[in-house]
Design a protein around this ligand. Structure first.
Ligand code: CDP
Length: 202
């Protein structure tokens, strides 16, 4: 049976995690942050494990095991995300999740294009590099006061470039997606805008 799937893609710190979670709560849908899958493999890679084997053996209860928000894990995630075999190994888990009842919200980079090309609703959230780096800086600064804004900005820029230019499932807005720029929106405004669009479409 085809469940209602909402695909929310976009670059780092565009607000997709917060928006996706809020939408899933409003609709009582299941929610998967697919970045966590890549971050979990990135964390294993930093521990010395082979990324393809780690992806083939990923256990969903490992997703909360590591301190996955760390910037070095985000960087490692974007490196292992280049490997086609890693992406292929994670595909089935994501597709299976998308079929959960009564519906699912998945956020990532390639949900609307590759993971769930038939999703009923596709959204691409974006924002300027500066706005995104500022948000991520505020978030990470709560845990690590020594973190520098310039470092975060450079890391996000590097990750964006890698995500956009990789040959396997590059980050791109699906042609049938609705694009929202959240640079000048508060998180509440972003949630409201996206939610009212979803209500129109659902
Ligand atoms: O939270 P943030 O947007 O910074 O990153 P994330 O969504 O947790 O993703 C971390 C990294 O995983 C990204 O930079 C991508 O390289 C990779 N990723 C991917 O390739 N495909 C996805 N569907 C999700 C994440």
């Amino acid at each position: 049976m085809n469940q209602t799937v909402i695909a929310i893609d976009g670059p780092a710190a565009s607000g997709k995690g917060t928006v996706s979670k809020a939408i899933s709560e409003k609709l009582q849908f299941n929610y998967l942050d697919t970045g966590k899958l890549y971050r979990a493999i990135g964390a294993k890679y930093l521990e010395g494990f082979a990324p393809i084997t780690a992806a083939q053996n990923l256990n969903s209860n490992e997703l909360d095991k590591y301190d996955l928000q760390k910037p070095e894990i985000a960087q490692a995630a974007s490196e292992i995300a280049l490997i086609p075999e890693v992406r292929a190994a994670l595909l089935e888990f994501q597709r299976k999740f998308s079929q959960k009842t009564p519906g699912a919200v998945l956020d990532g980079r390639d949900i609307g294009t590759i993971v769930c090309p038939d999703a009923k609703i596709k959204i691409f959230l974006t924002a300027s590099l500066e706005a995104r780096a500022k948000r991520r800086y505020v978030e990470l600064n709560k845990h690590d006061g020594k973190i520098r804004f310039e470092t975060i900005l450079d890391q996000i820029k590097e990750r964006d470039e890698r995500d956009q230019t990789r040959s396997s499932s590059p980050m791109v807005a699906a042609s049938d997606s609705k694009i929202f720029d959240t640079s000048d929106l508060s998180i509440t405004e972003a949630i409201e805008k996206v939610f009212s669009y979803i209500q129109e479409k659902i």
